[in-house]
Design a protein around this ligand. Structure first.
Ligand code: NAP
Length: 393
């Protein structure tokens, strides 16, 4: 048993099923910390984001909450809803931008016993490292009939000889050297500290040469700089007629985005860390989640230089809100990642082991129960209690 100080952590319930899955995650984290350490505990404090913030402060992203997160630098967050189409900007994107959480880390691994479309789902043990602040998510876009779109069309025609159709909405894609290099350095540091085997840069550089192509170039540059002699590229291996990286070396390669999708499905075991720009990273994360059965079981970390936020990969699943049927595993896994970030690795390991054992024993929520026979379908609360019991046993 390690011993040490307590930590103060902020949490935000979010919308939809958020309150239920955050409640579950906090209960499991508290049990794991108590089991792993003597005299250590987490002091939780709620901040309001989303619908609950409207009740407290009259807006969905109040400065009061934002400044608390900035000051404390650590947040366990539930999902937040975003309207599709017009209306307000995504709160999730706004939070990432405000706190400069530039790396989104999503581990994807298989839980024994879960139904998967793959023949050998146990081969899936990946980490998606997604750039989180650049690309089309910077929100620079205009409706086709807006004054701004007309001004841009006029400028492009006059100064660059580019004629755009007047019925097209316009978005601007940005990929910068600074933002690419910093997330690539984080991927390399993550590979070193977590003994990972390879880093694959995912891009569509054959088509978007100066954005996605530049991502490939700058990511290679920064990853190879950071890994130094620990790195070996696919090109270097080919020169030696080898396929496998020598022991102790991290393979660095790249794949064009469409190929990356088919590779992920056909040969998931050949990939380890996938380093992707924002949009590719968003798509590939859900596809990877499907390989292990359900995105409801995935947790993620969003890390910057001065703040870190942990949350489930899934959204608010509004149809399940308040019905005690939501799967809390994603938010529990986010909690385990948060504990690791705090350096409380024993408690994180305790959580992962307990969830593994409960799912393997056939106790699951309705999402995982689909397609399985002989399992016991339980509610969110009952699943949470089963995990707490597994921690204590
Ligand atoms: P979603 O909320 O993740 O739900 C999509 C489907 O995934 C659900 O209908 C359900 O599938 C399944 N699912 C997801 N989480 C589950 C869980 N914990 N337990 C059981 N099943 C789960 O995605 P969405 O419907 O696209 O988005 C809804 C809202 O969430 C949107 O406003 C979106 O903007 C927001 N969102 C927020 C975040 C975030 O805060 N980080 C992330 C993604 C989306 P079945 O219908 O098959 O049962």
């Amino acid at each position: 048993m390690a011993s040490g100080k307590s930590a103060r952590v902020l949490f935000a319930k979010g919308d939809g099923i958020g309150a239920e899955v955050i409640g579950s995650s906090i209960a499991v984290i508290d049990s794991a910390v108590e089991a792993a350490y003597s005299g250590r505990r987490i002091v939780w404090e709620e901040v309001f984001l989303g619908d609950s913030a409207v009740e407290e402060f009259g807006k969905r992203l109040p400065e009061e909450s934002l400044s608390k997160v900035r000051e404390r630098g650590l947040l366990l967050k539930g999902p937040l809803r975003t309207p599709v189409g017009g209306g307000e900007r995504s709160l999730n994107v706004a939070l990432r931008m405000e706190l400069d959480l530039y790396a989104n880390i999503r581990p994807v691994r298989y839980f024994a016993g879960v139904d998967s479309p793959l023949k050998r789902p146990e081969a899936v043990d990946l980490v998606i490292m997604r750039e989180n602040t650049d690309d089309l998510y910077t929100g620079i876009e205009w409706r086709h009939a807006s004054r701004e779109a007309a001004a841009l069309r006029a400028f492009l025609k006059k100064d660059l000889g580019v004629v755009l159709p007047s019925d097209a909405g316009i978005g601007i894609k940005l990929i910068s050297r600074f933002k690419t290099r910093r997330v690539a350095r984080m991927a390399a540091a993550y590979a070193l500290s977590n003994s990972r085997r390879s880093i694959t840069i995912m891009h569509k550089g054959n088509i978007m040469k100066y954005t996605e192509g530049a991502f490939r170039e700058w990511a290679y540059e920064a990853v190879l700089e950071r890994l130094g002699t620990k790195a070996v590229t696919e090109e270097q291996l080919a020169e030696r007629g080898a396929v496998k990286a020598p022991k102790g070396r991290i393979l660095v390669n790249d794949r064009i985005a469409d190929n990356m999708f088919q590779q992920l499905i056909a040969k998931p075991g050949s990939y380890d860390i996938i380093l992707a720009p924002n949009l590719n990273g968003d798509y590939i994360s859900d596809a990877a989640g499907a390989l292990v059965g359900n995105i409801g079981v995935l947790g993620s970390a969003e890390i910057g230089d001065s703040a870190a936020m942990f949350e489930a990969v899934h959204g608010t699943a509004p149809k399940y809100a308040g019905r005690n049927v939501a799967d809390p595993i994603g938010e529990i896994m986010a909690g385990a990642m948060m504990l690791e970030h705090l350096g409380w690795k024993e408690a994180a390991g305790t959580i992962r082991d307990a969830v593994d054992r409960v799912v393997k024993s056939g106790i699951v929520t309705q999402d995982l129960a689909r397609g399985l026979v002989g399992v016991k379908t339980v509610g969110t609360k009952e699943f949470t209690r089963a995990v707490q019991k597994a921690i204590d046993s």
